[in-house]
Design a protein around this ligand. Sequence first.
Ligand code: FAD
Length: 436
Amino acid sequence: MTSALDTSYDAIVAGSGPGGAAVARELAMGGARVLILEQGGAAPLAGTVTQMARMAAIPGKGAFLHSDGSLLVQGITAGGSSAVNFATAAAPPLALFAAYGVDLAPALAALRAQLPIAPLPDALIGPMATRIMAAARASGLDWHKFDKMIRAPACRAGCWRCAYGCPFGAKWSARDFLDEAARHGARLVDQARVLRVVLEDGRARGVEVVHGGRTHTVAAPLVVLAGGGIGSPRLLHNSGLAPRRSPFFSDPVVAVIGTADDIDGGAEVPMAAGLRLDDEGVTLADMTLPGPMYQAFALQAGRVDRVGAHRRSLTVMVKIRDEIGGSVGPHWVNKHLRAADRAKLDHGIGIARTVLAAAGARKLFQTHHFAAHPGGSVRIGAGVDSDLRTRAAGLYVCDASVIPQAWGLPPTLTLLCLGKRLGQHLSAQSLSVFRA
Ligand SMILES: Cc1cc2nc3c(=O)[nH]c(=O)nc-3n(C[C@H](O)[C@H](O)[C@H](O)COP(=O)(O)OP(=O)(O)OC[C@H]3O[C@@H](n4cnc5c(N)ncnc54)[C@H](O)[C@@H]3O)c2cc1C
């Protein structure tokens, strides 16, 4: 039988997170023969801590320790980080993208009609999120339910598995779009690590990819890099199209935690509700996580006395819009907080402590910062143009790396909009242009 890597395609998409899955789906629906290459695995999501750790905790792949001791995590699997993310949906800031010549309004309207985007019904909001929301509102804060990408009828109250990868099909992930792309003929090859783009006369001709212990060269006149905020700048560098180091943002987070003796919980959807201070670049939300993740937080903060308090611990997440800096390098990722970032975190931590105290929590502590939104490393206006095209013909980038400015928002819905827009743009151009 011919292997998927022994033939040529109209388009190759390298990476299968939200950006890659959205563009692959759109291209496949437009009739293109599409190959999606993903370095992670595509086993069904099991919702277990061991599977999640394989996807997002392997050092140097899913987890990167910075020299200041902070951690950056990402999902290395079919669907990318969306497989393990918290499913919070934020609309793209349309004016920000319009300033770069990118109109995301049509894609947003279409996606809103297709995707399960809505706040959770009260029955699915856990007791900890409810307690935190009531305390925040009593403190005069505009704490409100967030939109989630969750199919409420399939979601189970008292379940905690979504943070590990929802096995019940309730949480939307980019795997849903990969499945749709496959129904339109796209082929997904997992455990396939793209090494570089093959270029001839300044034009993309395909990719070099390692799969099954062999290096293959697969031809296509159109290549879309969608390896995420860390993967795509590395692929461009390996292809001779980007510098060795690319600065980036990561939206650092601190978890502020306290114990309330009159609550018994610990199993609920995280980020059900929160507070967005967009002008200040600070977001707060409830963040009840499964026991092992909570215990890792307590240990990281040196609070051995709190390790056993998971079911009684209220957690508020403080996330900030950090300045672009640090560097994604060929074999490392490193970024430190600047003074302005530290001030934003401190501001948010102060609010979180007020909310937790109002919720009846005591013995408050906070974690070191960590991050899960690498992006801005191949920015629109710098690494790609407003059509997400690189300086090589036929080579595009579509993932969090193209976000043009410091960010601070849940990126998934924005990346789906970018992917849909790019897929439609390329389909409209007619793939015959690239076959020439
Ligand atoms: C714990 C956690 C919670 C989060 N919560 C939210 C949330 O609630 N809402 C939200 O909007 N966002 C959330 N995010 C962030 C969001 O999921 C990511 O920003 C988003 O998935 C990024 O999409 P992307 O298209 O840039 O690619 P990614 O999701 O980063 O996927 C890129 C894929 O490309 C693959 N790849 C990279 N290099 C190569 C290569 N050389 N060859 C082959 N494959 C390659 C990777 O293995 C990966 O699977 C969260 C993230 C995490 C980790």
